[in-house]
Unconditional design. Structure first.
Lengths: 369, 251
């Protein structure tokens, strides 16, 4: 039986993780994800599952490493500075082929920044914030419902590939309350014959590590990892396209920003401006092919991010020189407004201009040279 | 003549060459761990946590499950395994750089939480694997590549950390001892202490740790015998062997 309840994003992720059979949660306090840690502190022990408030994010991700090595569904969550501390651990998870879920409820940076919403951790999430040649599926939910659904999916995907998965949200998603359909879920848990611990009862010893000093072995592992990453690229990409068929301009945005862009698209359409939206649901794998396809007909793209421009590099890689790419971003906790985005659309589509406009006292620079 | 087998090689150490230098203490400590796992019937559900350090290579010859986490994070990863699978016997093996420098927070908090694991802490007063740099346990005056004129505690290089003394006050620590492997008596004592530490975990009493003073002749620039003497004389003078805690009570 599914229930419809009003939940905050952070709580919905926690509840979804529990329903997905998360056995172990390890966290460390940091705003704006504290509700998630508190939710797990309350509910995991009730169910006889493991909750530990670790001494640091480094310890938390390494507890995940151990629990996952022992076969658990394990997760941790944090925000910017804490996710930076987990990068070594994430690289080790990939290297040792351990599944796990990492949640980043992103805040303004760099440095300690602030606790406002941000999308400035895109590079870190998608381009390998840790060392070594690795990839992982990165989900970027736009609603509380989607955050819950993708959390459940993330555990399955992590297990399927024996690779960590990252859920990338922001302070708005984490804090916002929305009605959510919490669905019953029978966790699809594969056997883990590779796990360590428990009674061996005759099986050969297992080894969880990411080191080999033998010549060629680590290169061989990397080729094996590439095959997994290629499979993720083929199988796991998710993208939403809205009104792209006849669009003169396509907005590209993910997560919270995509909600703002969706509202802008409606307002623009009401004014007779043919605007569409492409929303990557996975920011890795990135929907290069979908964007490339839309660029056959549409000549103008406007990328909107809560950063100085990070995803735009992937949009450029998709569209290349087949269309003009404009950008509007607000860094450090700033939130793009519908008015500003609409203003740019009008300039591009109606006044046929590029460059900078000044509206209501603020300067919006949108042209990418 | 009738022959009786009085001692056998441990079966947990596969018939492979030791990856350690001649005269290294790691091999002795591994062997003690293996013998106890066999004698106490723990091998079948043991996870050996290999640290980042020379003993990372334990995975190449140990016949038990091995998990190898990042440098210094072994106690945190061991926590994850033990909490999820309490039926697992966890040996968390660490060197002094791993435990007392980069991983200081992890060992202190695993100990303070009373994680029911056994840490085998091999103190060789040097960074072995990376080629002989100063460790947090390098003795005053002792030379290393990063203190070529000897550790000068007054010149900002700091004092060697006495790990057992540091951990003694933590509530979660059930068993704590320091031993040496520089002679036969020390090795016997080490095995005795390690057995008590293992029993502590089997009884579920909480965190146990045995610090073993151990030679690294290669990076100390000494011969094997000279290195053993250095452990027996210089190291034991700064790091007095003995039991610090038994069943949670200070000795
Ligand atoms: C994050 C990180 N920093 C540094 C290193 C390099 N490193 C490998 S082993 C080691 C020190 C090992 O010394 P110790 O723990 O005393 O063990 P030993 O080799 O002496 O047994 C260091 C610094 C690393 N692997 N990872
Ligand atoms: S370098 Fe030192 S600790 Fe490492 S194997 Fe050689 S003797 Fe042992």
């Amino acid at each position: 039986m599914s229930e419809r309840v009003l939940l905050r994003g952070n709580d919905a992720i926690g509840e979804a993780a529990i329903r997905a059979g998360c056995d172990c949660y390890f966290g460390y306090p940091i705003t704006p994800q504290n509700e998630l840690t508190a939710y797990m502190a309350r509910h995991m022990p009730e169910l006889g599952r493991i909750f530990i408030q670790a001494e640091s994010e480094i310890a938390a991700i390494n507890m995940v490493y151990g629990a996952s090595a022992a076969g658990a569904r394990a997760m941790t969550s944090s925000s910017g500075p804490g996710i930076s501390l987990k990068q070594e651990g994430i690289s080790f998870l990939v290297g040792a082929e351990l599944p796990a879920l990492i949640v980043n409820i992103c805040r303004g940076g760099p440095g300690l920044g602030n606790i406002a919403p941000s999308q400035a951790d895109y590079f870190q999430a998608c381009k390998g914030g840790g060392h070594g040649d690795y990839r992982m599926v990165v989900y970027a939910p736009a609603t509380v419902q989607e955050a819950a659904d993708l959390t459940v999916k993330a555990f399955d995907v992590a297990d399927r590939y024996r690779n960590p998965v990252l859920l990338l949200g922001d302070a708005i998603l984490g804090q916002m309350m929305e009605p959510v359909e919490i669905r019953p879920y029978a966790p699809n848990r594969p056997e883990k014959p590779w796990a360590v611990g428990g009674k061996r009862q005759g099986r050969a010893p297992n080894l969880i590590n990411s080191l080999s000093l033998e010549e060629g072995v680590v290169e061989e592992w990397n080729w094996k990892f590439k095959a997994k990453f290629d499979a993720m690229r083929r199988e796991e990409g998710m993208v939403e396209k809205v009104n792209t068929e006849d669009a003169d301009l396509i907005l590209v945005a993910y997560g919270t920003t995509s909600r703002i862009c969706r509202a802008v698209m409606k307002r623009a359409r009401a004014q007779g401006l043919k605007v569409g939206l492409v929303r990557p649901v996975t920011v890795w794998p990135f929907p290069y092919a979908v964007l490339r396809e839309t660029a056959r007909k549409t000549r103008e793209f406007l990328v909107v991010e809560m950063s100085l421009g990070q995803m735009i590099e992937d949009v450029k890689l998709s569209v290349l020189d087949h269309a003009a790419i404009h950008f509007h971003g607000r860094p450090g906790g700033g939130i793009p407004t519908e008015g500003d985005i609409l203003e740019i659309i009008e300039h591009v589509l109606v006044r046929r201009r590029t460059g900078t406009v000044t509206t209501r006292g603020s300067v919006i620079d949108w042209t990418i040279s | 003549m009738e022959m009786k087998i009085v001692a056998e090689r441990t079966k947990l150490w596969a018939d492979k060459p030791s990856p350690y230098c001649p005269g290294c203490g790691h091999g002795i400590v591994h062997r003690i761990v293996c013998e106890l796992l066999e004698e106490m019937g723990l091998a079948d559900n043991c996870v050996f946590m290999a640290p980042v350090g020379c003993s990372i290579l334990a995975y190449t010859f140990l016949n038990v499950d091995v998990c190898q986490p990042a440098h210094g994070r072994t106690p945190a990863a061991a926590t994850g395994i033990k909490r999820y699978r309490p039926d697992t016997f966890v040996v968390s093996y660490q060197g002094d750089g791993d435990l007392a420098a980069i991983g200081t927070a992890e060992i202190v908090h695993a100990a303070s939480r009373g994680e029911n694991i056994t840490t085998v802490f091999v103190n060789n007063a040097i960074y072995g694997m990376t080629g002989g740099q100063m460790a947090p346990t390098t003795l005053p005056g002792q030379k290393a590549t990063t203190c070529p004129d000897g550790r000068d505690v007054k010149a900002g290089m700091g004092y060697p950390i006495r790990v057992c003394e540091l951990l003694r006050s933590l509530g979660g620590v059930a068993y704590l001892a320091r031993t040496t492997v520089h002679d036969a008596a020390g090795a016997i004592q080490t095995k005795r202490a390690m057995r008590k530490a293992f029993e502590t975990q089997v009884r579920g009493e909480g965190f146990s740790l045995v610090e073993v003073l151990s030679p690294c002749p290669v990076n100390w620039g000494m011969g094997s015998l000279e290195a053993l003497r250095f452990v027996g004389e210089n190291m034991t003078a700064y790091y007095p062997p003995g039991e610090f805690k038994v069943s949670g009570a200070e000795v």
